[in-house]
Ligand binder design. Structure first.
Ligand code: NAP
Length: 237
């Protein structure tokens, strides 16, 4: 299961999972982009798409029920769906705050609790939440996003403690600057400023986040739960 899997980091995670033999279910808002992603992943044998707004518990429930009915198990849940509504606090509207908290924090909580309910009966499963470096250090213009992404870290650790004895692992990834539609919309001056902060002197590629998601999803990380892995090229280590 990958929420927000129709493009960007989520789609790259889908590619990495399918390459390792997984069957992927994408839950995303945009049916056209989701259909294109399913085709790119090799068609209905390898991937299916379900329209899902992660802020809706009903949608999340339907998404996971459909995945369970189709595949008989939910082994991996990646809570990746995201948006930004950047503005300094002086100009950020209450709606922009609520929207970002809703998609990231409540969306992740909906995904974690629904997947964990299935995985605890299976006695196995791995949940991977996509946080952000913004949640670790706080970024100007992102009081909504930084708060939501820091909240995902707390949620990850609390859920890891609640589910560990059921054989369920919950970990998070904190990407730095990754080249996607979300970051390419940034003004060049902001992009250049970020570049000066990165010891590796380049943005990350989506495949470089996907490989870490694959590690956390697989038994290669079988003794890891409640962790947050930075994928940042060394930025703000
Ligand atoms: P992206 O290219 O914009 O992809 C995000 C996907 O999430 C889109 O397909 C979007 O669908 C979907 N989505 C948005 N709201 C949704 C909702 N309510 N329900 C279901 N799906 C929804 O973004 P990305 O850069 O790949 O980011 C993926 C994740 O990584 C996000 O959580 C982001 O915060 C995190 N992250 C990204 C970076 C980076 O540098 N790119 C860095 C740190 C963390 P629509 O297009 O239809 O809205």
């Amino acid at each position: 299961m990958i929420t927000g899997g129709a493009q960007g980091i989520g789609l790259a995670i889908g590619r990495a999972f399918v390459a390792e033999g997984a069957r992927v279910v994408i839950g995303d808002l945009d049916p056209v982009a989701t259909d294109a992603a399913v085709a790119e992943l090799g068609g209905p044998v390898y991937a299916t798409g379900v329209r899902c707004d992660v802020t809706s518990a009903t949608d999340m429930d339907a998404l996971l029920t459909q995945a369970l009915d189709a595949h008989g198990a939910v082994d991996v849940m990646v809570n990746n769906a995201g948006i930004t509504r950047d503005a300094t606090m002086r100009t950020m509207t209450e709606e922009e705050f609520d929207l970002v908290i809703g998609v990231h924090l409540k969306g992740c909580w909906n995904g974690v609790r629904t997947a964990a309910a299935i995985m605890r009966t299976q006695k196995s499963g791995s949940i991977v939440n996509i946080s952000s470096l913004s949640g670790k250090v706080g970024m100007v213009g992102q009081t909504n996003y930084s708060a939501a992404k820091a909240g995902i870290v707390g949620l990850t650790k609390a859920a890891a403690k609640e589910t560990a004895h059921h054989g369920v692992r919950v970990n998070a990834i904190a990407p730095g600057l990754i080249r996607t539609a979300m970051t390419e919309a940034m003004p060049p001056r902001v992009w250049d400023q970020k570049m000066t902060e990165i010891p590796m002197k380049r943005a990350g590629e989506v495949a470089e986040v996907a490989s870490v998601a694959l590690f956390l999803a697989s038994d290669l990380s079988s003794y890891m739960t409640g962790t947050v892995l930075d994928v940042t090229g060394g930025r703000f280590m």
